[in-house]
Design a protein. Sequence first.
Length: 379
Amino acid sequence: MSATSPVSLSRFGVSHAYTRMTGSSVVPVPGRAFIRANRPATITAHHNSLQRSDYDLPNDRFARYLDATQQNMIDVIEAAARSLSVDDVCVVRPIGSLSYARDENGLDWDLVRDLDIWVFLTGSSIAGRPWLWLHRELQNRVFSAMQERGLWVHQSEVTGNVYLRDESRSSRLIELKIADTNWLRTGLRLAHRRRSHLLHRPRPAHFDSPRLEWAGYTPHENYFSSPEGERVFRSQITGIREAEMRYGTMHTYAENLAEGFRALSPTHLAGALNQRRLFFRYTRKALKKELMLTTMLGDEERRLGTVELLQQMLTGKPMVDSSGSRHRFLSERVAALHHLQKAYHQLGRSEPESRSATAVPTQRVATVGVRDSSRTSMV
């Protein structure tokens, strides 16, 4: 039977429903014994997949005036965070599509819907300040910094959220999260507290109880430190044992794979088969998870293929004019998730340097997060 037949899609829906009802894991996630059983080698370096200049904000899209000086998103966030710190130490970590939505030409802003950014400050800057106050103050300073630099932004009077507008007046939420720099290391040991099952409990508020497994270091993300923060960042990640890094990465992979399956639940599949609007909503969610998981695996060929599909969806190119074509496209997404499920055992078996090297030309490699006049990448 063809993997893209209507019958195969129905069978997937039945097995998916059974998995949810029984609360089974999508993949077997490791327990704490995994760390004790693995070799104690430590992580010694980090390579970013994007350089700081890839986060330049195009004036024709985001500036109030076309002749304004071009601004860099990382620089603006860093300036706001450093004004909040007492020691000028900060590490900026863009996550989600800000790391994965890139093609051969760099970051594709059309695929970036929200700007999810972690800001790491030292304990000296955080001590005695409530999380709620820190989060709101960072929002205010990011808004002021962007407004002063001529970017088209607005801020919600109710939530304090900052939104970056583009030339079409569409708004992108800048979702800021704060964590102690120590959490780059300790967050990995707390990853197991998050459920990696298909059944999913409500998430805590980001500013009050940050998502711990995102606060921990993972090698596939990008990190940009202030000059004063480079030493702190290096000291944090060089203290991480390889087994701990892989442990946290495997939990993160398992949870996001489960989210990919949730996007194609039986109810969602039924809606996607019958309504064009729902088809694009649920397949886009599944593709975004594919994008992240292929990045974590270091599978550059599949990642670029997923980027191309997302770019096509922006123009409505995927053929969805019939039930049969929708069946085929959704079945391909199911097959992709099954491939990612089988590839789970490969996760984290190679060193971070060799994994990222598939996505980054060697001439683009430089040092951790300090701005470089040669405009090379960050390591």
